[in-house]
Design a protein around this ligand. Structure first.
Ligand code: ADP
Ligand code: MG
Length: 628
């Protein structure tokens, strides 16, 4: 549009084309989305101003009925169709799920050799689909705030997530139509949010050690970071992907159960009522010394001391994991300068107290522990999308579990050890076992145990076409390459002949490309509606801008630069645009009107330009004008 090109010297109407990037904390209990505005990371709230989005999806026969707070309200009345803590199931097989015990009230559809699906009124749904619903909702918040499309997102994952869990998270984003700029470890994001690099002291050779303690609703993570010359390096990570505030709730619920003399198997509704009461009691005890509970026609009292008795064991488990991580990092606890608290459960004074005792210093908690991860992810997204120079931040991450290969006897040979910084590439030579062997089967595994049967199987592939040789003389180089998201590519090459084979590791519990395509197709009609809405919103913004700019230009120069007919025509066209803007839901019609006004006002724009140039040059000599 021609008129927009007029602006005051040194002030362009669009200073630079910013891209819309967000950080997403896809939490077990709560999820959030944040973006960087005017240099600081802001959480993007929902229309009611709430920051968190409970990671809850409710299904009814027709499909998803609601996501977030609304969905959480169905918790007690319709537990089997109200899916919570789904992150625990991401990238997991049925066996893993059985190990999680009976904390999950859902029924699972029969395993068809792939990903387990949860039975709902709508039919079986996979954890990836459920997570995609949550991501879609967050992306919606962002697009509303940006009044435009989202260009990309950094999504955080627990440092402990293995390949399959990371891949599942990426698949969920793909399904939600979100471009993943990077998967980022949650504790690393928290350290970025605190801007600890900016606090670095003058002495640039100095190193600082930072511990990030993250106790959320469903997971516990401890990370030991080293900060030197503005670069974060994760020295070690540890934790437990099945330990969090939910487990504290369970401990309290069990206590309630025995106090109430409930010995029968609880039905799902009773379970939810007990857990909800437990959670409220726990959170209240953050502020007070005792709570009175009205539950199932009984009155009970829970004191802070009793609470401590119930949860100390679990908190101590997190402390043991901290000690292991400190040992893995090869550092002494007294050299750790900062301890950062992350996750809603660190609000519990008991947790903060025990962490302070272990590390011998007061932990940092000035930012809201619920928000820090999303804020850090937003800062990273800002750099990755290109709005900010990448020199501003370098960031290294580590492999959470060792990556290895199966060798003779079902043993694991580790190629990349846990806590190695990524991206990384490692190669190792192997040889044939039999005379004349022409093929070799490569089995990629992840885990830190010696036996393959104790590790997670990631992929198998074959290298064929090895020239027949005496056993032990072929040289087969196997290379593992891990990209910045922690995703693995494996290749094998016979060095004398050059035959090669490679595989991008698709863990067994992710989605196959076909499944993703199918699901995307399924959601296509939905996506088309979304795209139409998006296009309409963009044209509405454009229309508002045109109306405002042109009306201001008419006020200022209309009478002097336009004749009466021209002025009338333009005003009528603008009124029509105003009506269309309010009432029309066809983005193309709106776009046509914008374009036609743009064309018919070009002359007006040119005249205004002439006038402003003349004014700028008025009174200057020719030489001065040329210098300008
Ligand atoms: P996640 O990262 O797993 O999504 P969050 O960081 O959002 O989890 O933390 C959620 C957990 O924090 C829940 O178990 C909740 O009960 C707990 N929580 C929130 N506020 C408090 C509080 N004041 N006292 C104790 N626990 C709390
Ligand atoms: Mg969290």
């Amino acid at each position: 549009m021609a008129l927009l090109q007029i602006s005051e010297p040194g002030q362009s109407p669009q200073p630079h084309q910013r891209k819309h990037a967000v950080g997403i904390d896809l939490g077990t209990t709560n999820s959030l989305v944040a973006t960087v505005r005017s240099g600081s990371a802001d959480i993007l709230p929902d229309e009611q101003g709430r920051n968190l989005l409970p990671s809850v999806v409710h299904y009814e026969a027709e499909g998803v009925s609601c996501v977030g707070y609304e969905a959480a309200e169905h918790n007690s009345s319709d537990p089997l169709n109200t899916l919570t803590s789904i992150k625990r199931l991401m990238g997991r097989g049925l066996d893993d799920i059985k190990r999680l015990g009976n904390s999950l009230p859902y029924d699972f559809a029969a395993d068809e050799g792939g990903m387990p699906k949860i039975k709902t009124a709508h039919g079986p749904v996979s954890p990836i689909q459920v997570s995609a619903e949550i991501l879609r909702k967050l992306a919606g918040r962002a697009e509303l705030a940006f009044e435009g499309m989202l260009d990309g997102a950094v999504i955080t994952v627990p440092a402990y997530f293995d390949e399959a869990q990371r891949q599942a998270t990426k698949d969920a984003a793909t399904l939600a139509g979100i471009k993943v700029l990077r998967l980022l470890n949650e504790p690393t994001a928290a350290a970025i949010a605190y801007g600890l690099d900016a606090e670095e002291n003058e002495d640039t050779s100095a190193q600082r050690l930072i511990a990030v303690y993250d106790l959320g609703g469903g997971t516990f993570d401890i990370s030991i970071l080293r900060l030197s010359k503005g670069v974060f390096e994760v020295l070690a990570t540890g934790g437990d992907s099945a330990l969090g505030g939910d487990d504290l709730d369970h401990a309290i619920a069990n206590w309630l159960c025995s106090e109430l003399g409930m010995t029968h198997d609880l039905d799902p509704v009773e379970q939810r009522v007990l857990l909800e009461t437990a959670k409220c009691a726990k959170e209240e005890l953050t502020e007070t010394d005792k709570v009175e509970l009205d539950i199932l026609d009984a009155k009970l009292v829970l004191t802070k001391d009793q609470l401590h008795e119930l949860v100390d064991g679990l908190i101590d488990q997190t402390l043991s994991a901290c000690k292991r991580a400190i040992r893995d990092a090869g550092v002494k606890v007294n050299l750790i300068e900062e301890v950062v608290l992350v996750g809603g459960s660190t609000r519990m004074p008991r947790v903060a107290q025990k962490v302070a005792e272990l590390f011998g210093r007061q932990p940092k908690c000035s930012l809201d522990p619920d928000l820090v991860v999303a804020m850090g992810a937003a800062k990273q997204a800002e750099v990755l999308i290109g709005n900010k120079s990448a020199d501003d931040m370098l960031l290294l991450d580590v492999i959470p579990l060792s990556l290895g290969i199966e060798t003779m006897g079902g043993l694991t040979e580790k190629l990349i050890h846990r806590n190695t910084t990524i991206p990384v590439a490692k190669a190792q030579e192997f040889t044939t076992f039999k005379d004349g062997q022409t093929a070799m089967s490569i089995h990629v595994v992840q885990g830190d145990r010696e036996l393959v049967s104790d590790c997670r199987s990631l992929a198998r592939f074959e290298l064929r076409g090895i020239p027949p040789m005496v056993a032990g003389s072929a040289k087969i180089q196997v290379s593992y390459q891990v990209d910045a998201d922690g995703l693995l590519n494996v290749s094998a090459r016979e060095l004398s002949s050059g035959v090669e084979s490679s595989i991008e590791v698709k863990p067994s519990y992710g989605l196959t490309d076909n499944e993703i395509t199918q699901m995307l197709q399924d959601s296509f009609s939905h996506a088309r509606d979304d795209m139409r809405l998006r296009a309409l919103r963009e044209q509405q913004v454009e229309a508002d801008r045109m109306l405002e700019d042109l009306r201001a230009a008419i006020d200022k120069d209309g009478e002097s630069l336009l004749d009466t007919t021209e002025l009338k025509c333009l005003e009528v066209a603008l009124d029509e645009l105003q009506v269309l803007r309010e009432s029309c839901d066809d983005h193309r019609q709106l776009a046509n009107q914008i374009e036609s006004i743009g064309k018919s006002s070009e002359d007006f724009a040119a005249r205004r330009m002439d006038v402003s140039i003349k004014q700028a040059l008025a009174g200057l000599s020719l030489d001065e004008a040329l210098d300008k």
